[in-house]
Write a new protein. Structure first.
Length: 552
């Protein structure tokens, strides 16, 4: 159209004008389409042909355009310094498989060819720059966009800008060390990388005979027990027997229990069907959960692993307080049912306060689906709940004809007063979020005795709520137990603000290191790991399996 530029022309004009394009909040193409031509700086004169070509080449990459625009359109992968940077990048992406990332994505072979030729061409500069972009982007935020993989994954990524990364890379006196510092740096990520290389004790040596299906327990004998013993020995849970031994004795029961504990199963020492299936899991199965865990760790880029924080691992049915990378508190939890409507989502937020003697404001979904039909049948049903209007006023049930309402037009809410049988128990812990998910006490204590604890409507019930409250108040008030007890004894709904808010991470790891670095396994209760793995395969992760995962 006369009087306007194409998108590429606008970018090139911006670069030649000497300003750095930053990654906009709106879509890149949208920002360019609406940018008035008059607002763009006038192009500088006397640019070389090489600079013009570089400006055009990076115009389609906002992060690269940002950097090269601020760098005077000068190459950074050429000359003596460029050779050092090229070598560092080639070595770094050579570690892709150890991170569970697809090596082919970063073009190491092509970069090596260009490096041998000196990489003094535009193609060489662009190839190294794009590889840098992909490598740092994937390490500092993951290969996938998590919210596109599963609706229950609400995690938002906080990747650093490519322009800022390139400026840091160029300013570094040790490019190799700078690249080594990208991606998660905490010990859990490194333990997962180690496990991916076949050092996990939950993967048997290839060729080890499988254990027949069945249930094997102490006191039994037969060739099947010998196979069970051999499988555990191949994983390091028993010494390799000098001679065949087909008796299921007490030491074998201990070894089975140790394996079960590592695998996230109930450690009862009985090799039942679930234990046998896990024992027989092949190399790819052993690696899959670790590949997914590495990706999930990359999604949490920007979170300080040493900060004081609440860490809730949903498949483990467990909540912890971590401080300085060390566990200072742990409790069992009950999470959302394995039903798409009730599954607990994954996200990170900040806990700002707790509510002692809380009222329970019944979620509308529960009100209209579970309670309204009961009220239509009997207006005196669920008497422990008040019916309230939009202003919070309690409305007498005698004044309401529940039968004339439907789930879509029911105008009331339901609320439970603080009490011993309140659904939220004595305390709830609030980290405001769009999904109204929080941690809370519960009167149904018996559920914490079950090995699988997915029973709630989405919120997280805490097995030791009082102890959690005391621990969270440590350092916040002078006498945590006294302050909490006083609020509880009042019988009134009381807010206790945290002077120093605490990060809360609702995570989903089916494979994760314990304090000793050993990988513990947990069931994929919501099927999310399977979907993440499928997305990784689609994104090219299978190109890394031949060299890493299948080596286990």
């Amino acid at each position: 159209m006369a009087g306007t530029f194409s998108i590429r022309a606008l970018v090139v004009a911006a670069l030649l004008g000497g300003f750095a394009l930053t990654q906009p909040k709106v879509a890149f193409s949208q920002a360019l389409e609406v940018a008035p031509v008059a607002a763009l700086p006038a192009p500088r004169l006397a640019f070389s042909g090489a600079e013009m070509e570089l400006a055009q080449a990076v115009a389609g990459y906002p992060g690269l355009a940002d950097f090269y625009g601020s760098n005077g359109l000068k190459p950074i992968f050429q000359g003596e310094q460029g050779a050092t940077r090229r070598a560092a990048l080639i070595d770094a992406i050579g570690q892709a498989a150890s991170h569970g990332l697809p090596p082919a994505r970063y073009g190491q072979t092509r970069l090596a060819e260009l490096d041998r030729a000196g990489a003094d061409s535009l193609d060489g500069e662009l190839a190294f720059a794009v590889s840098f972009l992909r490598w740092t982007r994937d390490l500092n935020g993951g290969l996938l966009e998590p919210q596109r993989v599963d609706p229950g994954i609400k995690r938002k990524l906080e990747r650093p800008g490519t322009g800022d990364l390139l400026r840091g890379f160029v300013a570094s006196t040790d490019p190799a060390a700078w690249l080594e510092g990208q991606g998660p740096q905490d010990r859990n990520y490194q333990a997962l990388r180690t496990a991916l290389h076949g050092k996990s004790n939950l993967v048997a040596v290839p060729g080890t005979p499988l254990v027949p299906s069945g249930t094997w327990r102490e006191g039994m004998s037969g060739p099947e027990i010998g196979l069970l013993r051999g499988r555990l020995a191949a994983m390091g849970f028993l010494p390799s027997p000098a001679v065949a031994y087909d008796q299921f004795d007490a030491p074998l029961a201990v070894a089975v229990a140790e394996f079960q504990a590592e695998a996230g199963l109930s450690p009862d020492g009985v090799a039942g069907p679930r234990t046998v299936v896990r024992l027989n899991g092949g190399p790819a199965e052993g690696a899959t959960a670790i590949l997914v865990a590495l990706e999930r760790m990359r999604w949490m880029y920007g979170q300080d692993p040493m900060a004081r924080q609440v860490w809730v691992n949903l498949p483990e049915f467990s909540a912890r307080i971590m401080d300085g990378g060390q566990e200072v508190f742990e409790t069992r939890v009950v999470i959302g049912k394995a039903d798409p409507e009730y599954e607990t989502p994954e996200f990170s937020e900040t806990m700002k306060y707790m509510v002692v003697n809380p009222r329970w404001n019944v979620p509308r979904s529960i009100t209209v689906k579970e309670y309204l039909p009961r009220l239509q049948a009997n207006r005196n049903a669920v008497r422990h709940l008040d019916v309230v209007d939009g202003a919070g006023n309690v409305i007498s049930r005698d004044r309401i004809d529940f039968r004339k309402y439907t789930a879509s037009n029911f105008p009331y809410r339901m609320r439970q007063k603080p009490s011993d049988d309140n659904a939220l128990g004595a305390v709830k812990f609030m980290f405001p979020n769009p999904w109204n998910i929080y941690l809370h006490d519960t009167p149904t204590k018996h559920l914490f005795n079950n090995s699988t604890r997915a029973y709630s409507h989405g919120c997280i019930r805490i097995g030791r709520p009082m102890d959690l409250a005391h621990e969270l108040l440590q350092g916040q008030v002078g006498n945590p137990e006294g302050v909490f007890s006083k609020a509880l004894a009042s019988g009134r709904e009381t807010y206790l603000n945290l002077k120093s808010p605490v990060p809360v991470h609702l995570v989903y790891f089916t494979a994760f290191p314990d304090a000793s670095g050993k990988i513990r396994r947990f069931p994929d209760i919501y099927g999310r790991d399977a979907r993440v793995y499928q997305a990784l395969v689609a994104a090219g992760i299978d190109s890394g399996l031949d060299s890493v995962a299948l080596r286990n």
